[in-house]
Write a protein that binds this ligand. Structure first.
Ligand code: R5P
Length: 291
């Protein structure tokens, strides 16, 4: 018991003040607000996240599985560590009482009918503050027709985010004609990190994903991509985590599953507890049959 001074105060002179580090890769030098927002997205216990992506409508319209977000997606939100969406869906459809940190889609412009890399910043930073955004997401098209514009959008958004303590997630978009290999993703993720992105969303590649994660100095979250059979999707998530991803940002492989709630719970176990893919599939099946 430390000695109490004459004035009746206790300064705990025998306990040095701690200077704790920060759990997230590459984020130790960020400001308090940034770290606090990142700690809402990434679980400090595991250091990882299961982000649910439902932003597809910003260029695809009512994608299969997202025709009625109020009916199909709201029940999933309590199982997600974070929700990636547009401000339109947030304000029209998501009750503010639902607890989930939000990652706002902040780029847009072209639809699927046009050149997708021709995007602009689509959200004002003050509106991001009003919505209590935990992060902003923006597409970056390395090798795309409007590569420089998309990079400029990202660096502008990073500058705005830094002003208000809001992290930026760069989403690496791959053109149809480009090779989806480790070499490409090392290039794309590293450019985004070098130019200031705080989180990078990128695709898994079976050969060399560990080198993508190793050469990217900020957290990587694995993009889900098109719908796969459940075991393949769970295996992909498991491998990405084993090879250095800090979580997943999955959409169609969750909301297009036969049992979306069971699937997000299985993904959660894979990401946070490293549950093996076959065991996660069994969990998925038993949750599916019990509902
Ligand atoms: C990428 O272009 C967008 O962010 C998507 O709308 C979405 O995040 C993709 O999610 P998934 O590929 O897992 O369906």
């Amino acid at each position: 018991m430390p000695e109490v001074t004459k004035e009746g105060k206790n300064f705990y002179l025998d306990i040095p003040i701690q200077t704790p580090g920060f759990f997230l890769k590459g984020s130790g030098s960020l400001d308090w607000g940034m770290k606090n927002r990142l700690s809402r997205i990434f679980n400090p216990r595991s250091g990882r996240t299961v982000m649910l992506a439902i932003d597809h409508g910003y260029f695809q319209g009512p994608t299969t599985g997202l025709e009625r977000i109020d009916v199909t997606v709201l029940p999933l939100i309590p199982k997600a560590d974070a929700l990636m969406l547009t401000r339109g869906i947030l304000r029209t459809t998501i009750p503010p009482t639902l607890y989930a940190p939000i990652v706002i889609r902040a780029s847009g412009g072209p639809s699927i009918l046009k050149e997708l890399s021709n995007e602009e910043i689509a959200v004002d930073i003050e509106d991001a503050v009003r919505m209590n955004a935990s992060a902003l997401a923006i597409q970056v098209f390395i090798g795309g027709e409007f590569e420089t514009r998309s990079i400029r959008n990202m660096t502008r958004l990073v500058d705005l985010g830094l002003r208000y303590g809001i992290p930026v997630m760069a989403v690496t978009a791959v053109g149809k004609e480009m090779a989806r290999d480790a070499k490409y993703f090392r290039l794309a993720t590293r450019i985004c990190a070098e130019l200031g992105a705080h989180i990078i969303k990128t695709y898994y590649v079976p050969d060399g994903f560990d080198t993508v994660a190793a050469s990217c100095p900020v957290p990587i979250v694995m993009a889900g991509g098109k719908k796969l059979p459940e075991l393949e999707a769970l295996t992909m998530a498991y491998n990405a985590i084993q090879e250095g991803a800090s979580g997943v940002d999955m959409g169609r492989n969750i909301f297009q599953s036969d049992a979306p709630l069971a699937m997000i719970e299985a993904v959660h176990k894979v990401v946070h507890d490293r549950l093996k893919p076959n065991e996660a599939l069994e969990l998925y099946k038993s949750l599916k049959s019990s509902r």
